[in-house]
Design a protein around this ligand. Sequence first.
Ligand SMILES: Cc1cc2nc3c(=O)[nH]c(=O)nc-3n(C[C@H](O)[C@H](O)[C@H](O)COP(=O)(O)OP(=O)(O)OC[C@H]3O[C@@H](n4cnc5c(N)ncnc54)[C@H](O)[C@@H]3O)c2cc1C
Length: 411
Amino acid sequence: MPTRDPKKVAIIGGGAAGFFSALTLSELDPDAEIHLFEKRNQWLSKVKISGGGRCNVTHHCFDPKTLSEKYPRGSKELRAAFHTWQPQDTIDWFAQRKVQLKAEADGRMFPTTDDSQTIINCFLEEARKSKIKLKKGHSIDGLRLNSDGSFLIKINGEDEVSYTAVCLALGSLKSTPLEHSLRKLGHSIESLAPSLFAFNVNDTRTYGLSGLSVPNAEVWVDSVKESQKGPLLITHRGMSGPAILKLSAWEARKLQEKNYHFDFSINWLADISESSIRETFENQRIENGKKTLKNTVLFDLSRRLWESFLAYANIAPETTWSQLSKKSLEALIKELTQGVYQAQGKTTNKEEFVTCGGVKRREINFKKMESKLVPNLYFAGECIDLDGITGGFNFQAAWTTGRIAGMAMSE
Ligand SMILES: Cc1cc2nc3c(=O)[nH]c(=O)nc-3n(C[C@H](O)[C@H](O)[C@H](O)COP(=O)(O)OP(=O)(O)OC[C@H]3O[C@@H](n4cnc5c(N)ncnc54)[C@H](O)[C@@H]3O)c2cc1C
């Protein structure tokens, strides 16, 4: 009986997706010859800095449909993929390797050590136990197809080495020579745009309020219908926090088109209906008519924010509730529920940012993470046109796509 040559697989990119696909392949096919290439001299550099150094590994959400809704791009494809590998699988995988994850109140999951090095050590230890050949400081500068369907990859601009299969786990495709190789193989790339950024705002209403946050604001860009809700943080440069970051993710392309200069609105009291706000004000008039607006801070807002709204609505702080004119009342309600601000640029979020865009999803079979155009060419992680909002969803996409690619390569 003819014996088959063992597989020789190149996995390009020593980040989250690359490690996960390499470890999966090695687990399921211990005989496969696996070379994991990383151009830098450091493995898993994004894992290291992720989640402010704590690594937000995944999210405490175990329903594929709900989970998939956290991905502005790739939601449909990931929903099916999560049936193969989802956060519970990630948690179990790490637990089997003695890395416990814990969930925070907002659902983000971190190693109990609160240290991203725990995740890196786990991967390096697993790789050490396997036969994976780790090749850091190796930049892959070209990829082309042999006539027999195998691949030739160019390493550090020199040697061309042959592999039976290749998995691209390159992270953002920004200015990589492999983008050119991919195009030559017939693939197309969805244009790249940053996602998960804060808005730069220079507005008298927020002067001196840096560090102040509200628990549930609603934000929307005036020319776009969808709004996002969540905590909002005033920073020394403008506005950040989950509500802003989510908006930046969902509208990443439109905001790029506007060159990050646009008007957006904030409802600072997203939990309270406008009619309840009106009712609260009416009650103030009746019950506290002699009290000044300055001294009756409402809706659990911070005093400084309240005073800033009064000033912007042109209401003298000593005005009493009974003196408040209809026009001023309307101006105050407008400030609280639909204050308009101007974004003048963006600041990339230090905790987590991703690139949207990459290899077009429709050119990939998500059941295997294999190219529909080139057999035995696989993709995993951020180099694909998929990305999630903040909260551990981006790493989960890397684990899921890396796992599926590894499984498929082992077949
Ligand atoms: C500051 C920061 C914090 C983050 N925090 C979180 C978080 O807490 N939770 C979360 O879910 N997401 C987080 N993210 C997003 C997350 O890091 C990415 O979604 C994730 O790293 C994508 O994994 P990846 O393996 O696809 O790409 P990467 O992690 O970017 O890995 C790709 C690797 O490929 C290498 N490479 C590229 N080209 C070549 C080449 N030609 N040859 C050889 N090697 C190459 C790169 O050097 C890189 O190491 C954060 C991102 C940033 C920037």
